[in-house]
Unconditional design. Sequence first.
Length: 147
Amino acid sequence: MNSDFCVAVHAFVYLNHHGGKTCSSKELATNICTNPARVRKILAMFKNCEFITTIESGPGGGYQFSGDPDKITLSDIASIMKIDFVEPGWRSGDTDMDCLIASGMGNLMDGIFSDLNKDCYSKLSDISVSDIEHRIFGTTKKAGGKS
């Protein structure tokens, strides 16, 4: 799994928890335990979506959560980032070989990895930003909004 996904989810939950407050990349990086440049690079992927608002540089610059934490899922975040959760580091066989195993294994495994990624996205579509926050704080959702 790409650790950038973890950084993005962490940032979203932190920003949501600080409801409406502008948080700098330095503040986010300190909480995530990474560096501000990495935070800026990752959150730049979300510049054209409605999940976060970017306040350009300056003393009040930073990020604000602007989406609905009950509706933004981890699948939404992964989709914007174009994350593949299961990726082979190497592909076996060769399609030009006479052996059916050697010539067919690569495509077969690609299909399996594709199915696994679809399963990951399906599972992540059931987990919202607010679900993560509730899990962290051990709270439950109240009807109609935050706990």
